[in-house]
Design a protein around this ligand. Sequence first.
Ligand SMILES: [Fe+2]
Length: 184
Amino acid sequence: MTTTASFRRMDESTAEQWAEIGARTCERQVRVAAQILRMLRDLGAITDGFAVDQLRHSLQTATRAEQAGADEEMVVAALCHDIGKFVSVPNHPRIAAEILRPYVRDEVFHVIRTHQDFQGRHYYHHFGGDPEAREQYRGESWFELGERFADLWDQASFDPDFPTEPLEHFEPAVCRVFARPRTF
Ligand SMILES: [Fe+2]
């Protein structure tokens, strides 16, 4: 049975109403990739003193990951690793990681969640922070991937002259990854 009038309180809901909500939510899953692409485009307005804006930094990080042979989930995660800055620079790694979490395997989630601690080796000394903050994660199965991400792809991707793929290049991968949540 199709229910047109849905509940006004969750404690009055029925299984049929939830089936309809579930079906409609699945139909509209496509909006997730569209929203991610919109947020990435908006990163183009954030430069904050860097040599490239945050969209170009994201594209360059993903380009380097792809050229190094990273799989599609990792490339999309590289593209989205700073998407949290759309909302807030403080805590941005965790914002990005939680956006990605339903769509990527655990090791990719952890690499994005902790990427600033790995990046610290390259600049924390300017602020009196611990450049070896990454050491708290040594022994984790994803530690090596975290090092590769930070040292080879992320921290190196502020180069205005590096041939960087445009957002359109990554759009099909973004649509594929965000079309299939593993968890809700
Ligand atoms: Fe970054």
